[in-house]
Ligand binder design. Sequence first.
Ligand code: ATP
Length: 235
Amino acid sequence: MSESVVLDNVELGVGAKTFRFNCAIKPGSITAVTGPSGSGKSTLLNLIAGFETADSGRILIGGRDATLRHPSERPVSLVFQDNNLFAHLDLFTNVGLGIHPALKLSGEYRQAVSDALSWVGLDGFEKRLPGTLSGGERQRVAFARALVRRKPVLLLDEPFAALDPGLRQSMAQLLLDLHGQTGNTVLIVTHDPNEVRRLADEAIFVDRETILLHAPVDEFVQRDDLPSLAQFLEG
Ligand SMILES: Nc1ncnc2c1ncn2[C@@H]1O[C@H](COP(=O)(O)OP(=O)(O)OP(=O)(O)O)[C@@H](O)[C@H]1O
């Protein structure tokens, strides 16, 4: 279940800024998206997910033109920085919404929801409300909701930023295990050079509204000709 993602001369103007993106993400790869704050990393993911619409250029997912498709029609799941759970709904329902917005959940889907909660270490949390969880636990629920969707492309926008280092590592391992099973195409925004090294096959460096470098991780971490990248790699 993996698909390529291609941004072909994509341009998007917001306020005084114009984002320009060209890239081809390999099907089944994990690509880290890094770069300074405000450079355009979330915007890149939002364009792929369809929460921003390009002014020009094309977005191809699995070879099909998705440029004008509604987010719900794209084979993509996005986990945001702030996890966007519905405060008045219990965790079972929050995760189930990833599968079926109308909540007509079959036995098989119910099992999938419980399995996803268990995957992220929240067994038996089905009836809890988001307000009763820690920030890190809420982020794990958001991750579970993305898992049950089983979409070929998984977009993660700093999914582990709020977690302590130990939990961060175990969630990163969880992502690798999941990827080993599904082989889906993953883009993950991270500010952590170690996470890039540990998780990714390839890495993208976004700087000032465009992609400055897209390279295999081995090459990426050795480049010393781009001052803003060198600064990032030094941590
Ligand atoms: N809809 C919008 N209207 C106005 N400005 C926007 C909009 N979307 C993004 N921007 C601006 O574009 C820039 C890039 O935003 P983006 O969220 O993509 O950055 P980022 O690289 O993800 O940053 P961070 O690491 O801080 O999350 C920021 O300066 C942001 O304020």
